[in-house]
Structure formats: structure tokens, C-alpha cells
Design a protein around this ligand. Sequence first.
Ligand SMILES: NC(=O)c1ccc[n+]([C@@H]2O[C@H](COP(=O)([O-])OP(=O)(O)OC[C@H]3O[C@@H](n4cnc5c(N)ncnc54)[C@H](OP(=O)(O)O)[C@@H]3O)[C@@H](O)[C@H]2O)c1
Length: 233
Amino acid sequence: MKVAYVTGGTKGIGLAIVQSLLKDKYRVAFSGRSENSISEAMQTLDGYEDYLLPIVSNVKSYDDEQRAVEFIKDKWNQLDLVVANAGIGHFAPIDELTLDQWNETIDVNLTGVFHTVKSTLELIKQSKGYYMTIASLAGTNFFARGTAYNASKFGLVGFTQAMMLDLRDFGIKTTTIMPGSVSTHFNGRTPGDGDAWKIQPEDIAQIVIDLLHMDSRTLPSKIEVRPSFPRKP
Ligand SMILES: NC(=O)c1ccc[n+]([C@@H]2O[C@H](COP(=O)([O-])OP(=O)(O)OC[C@H]3O[C@@H](n4cnc5c(N)ncnc54)[C@H](OP(=O)(O)O)[C@@H]3O)[C@@H](O)[C@H]2O)c1
């Protein structure tokens, strides 16, 4: 059985990916920042306990991510897929954006992915595994109030694509998925009926599964995903 690690797997896109991987017969380690969010997620994963490894880890911390990988080594000593999904958003015009908001956005969305990748690389080299990062259309389309988020996601797209070239020679696949609006808890939202026009988290999870089943000779390295019927402003 293959093993996956999904960062930020307690809700939204990450949780949907955890659920789809379990159905696809993966054993899954997933992280979140608190015991509370982890145990809430575990309640939605009832029946799969034997195939799960929940881990409290903040991707901002390299020590946390290294510790998370030690847990995975202890339990399964194997890792075939990493989905670097954990992310946050602070949106404000540049004259109002604070230093803390800037630092947190870059620390989580960009440096956090670096921490996850560096910590897992030895295991992924062994398995000739797969890295996926969840970037955003904000990694190619800039918008007002988006300086920090755009910078983090433009950076993440560049990071992932350069890494893809480095790791291809080791037989490791790397893909960045760039969604538009997805109905999740992102930025403190509560998904509701008004979000039906958006991409749903399970649609991104389906892309993850489809990528895993792609023939090994072919690598979709960067995938833009958008709502088919965007809400008009
Ligand atoms: N929603 C969208 O429209 C959209 C569009 C494009 C891209 N994205 C990207 O998709 C990814 C997932 O977002 P989402 O929409 O699913 O949002 P969400 O529902 O708010 O989920 C975010 C997840 O990330 C975790 N997380 C946040 N900061 C973390 C940290 N420092 N360390 C570890 N885990 C952390 C959260 O876990 P805890 O709260 O348990 O810590 C939660 O599981 C993000 O990278 C986001 O930028 C979202």
C-alpha cells in the first residue's frame, strides 16, 4: 500500500484529498496546526483510522515538518506522495498590509512548502514518488489587495516548476495545481449554497487521483483549474 502526506488536511481541499486517497487505497498522514482541527477532521474520516496518521505540525516550522516525517518513518517507513497544500490568505492594499500579514503569508505558502519538501525528500527519492503543490490562479493572475498572496503563489509556481526539473532525473514527478475559486473555509469563510458555482474541493481531489493514475511516461507539470461558469461581478 502506498503512503501519502497531505499538509493542511483538516479541512477544505486538503481534507477532500485525504478522503479521495483513502478511497484509492493509500495510507495517509495529514497535518493541521491544532489538536482540535485534527480531531474534527478525524470524525469525518470514521472507519479509516487504521490507514491514517494525523499530525500536529505548522509548516512555518522546519522542526515541525522534520518531526512529522519522523512520525511517518516510525509508522510506515515509506512515502510515495506529498501534497503540499497548507495555505492561508491575507488580502489588503499595500498601504494597509502589515509586516505580520506579509511574513505569515510568505512563511506558510512559500517557505512552508520548502520545509515540507526538504523534510520529505529522502523518502520520496527512495520511492521515486510524487510531489504536488497546491498553488493558485493567483500564481499567474495578479489582482488588487493581493500583493502578499500573489507574491507567495507566484513564488510557489516558480519554486515547484524549478523543482520539477531538478527531480525529474531522479524519477520523481512534480506537479503544481493552480485552482481558481474553490468552496472551502479559506480566509475564514464558511462554504454555503451561494458557493455552488465554485470548484468543489472534491474536484481538486479528483485531479490528484487522475494524476496518480497517469502513465509514468507523461508528466502534467502545471495545471490551471477554473470554474466553468464563473459568477459575474
Ligand atoms: N479556496 C480557494 O478558493 C483556493 C483557490 C486556490 C488555491 N487555494 C489554496 O488551496 C490550499 C488549501 O486551502 P483551502 O481553500 O482548502 O482552505 P481552508 O479550507 O482554509 O484549509 C486550509 C488548510 O490548511 C491548513 N493550514 C493553514 N495554515 C497552516 C500551517 N501553517 N501549517 C499547517 N497547516 C496549515 C489548515 O489546517 P488547520 O486550520 O487545522 O491548521 C487547513 O487544513 C491553500 O494553499 C490555498 O492557498 C485555495
